[in-house]
Design a binder for this molecule. Structure first.
Ligand code: FES
Length: 76
């Protein structure tokens, strides 16, 4: 059995955060959750860096909390 979390970064997420990967997490700017996860996996370790790469949080910022949660889980 292989439990290496580096194999699939999604394994680091609790089930609730794996839902709706192909839906907008940032509805203000139409940014898919999977695109935000990819940005984090590819090195964006702060909300600001995720914003630079994806424009998520660039609206009224209502998705910031969820993005912080994703960063905490994926960068742990
Ligand atoms: S949903 Fe992302 S800024 Fe509003």
């Amino acid at each position: 059995m292989n439990n290496d979390p580096d194999k699939n970064p999604l394994d680091k997420l609790p089930p609730i955060l794996k839902k709706g990967l192909n839906k907008n997490l940032c509805t203000c700017n139409d940014v898919l959750k999977i695109d935000i996860i990819n940005a984090i996996v590819n090195g964006a370790t702060t909300v600001e860096e995720v914003q630079k790469q994806t424009y998520a949080t660039d609206g009224i910022g209502c998705c910031k909390r969820q993005i912080k949660q994703l960063i905490e889980c994926l960068c742990a």
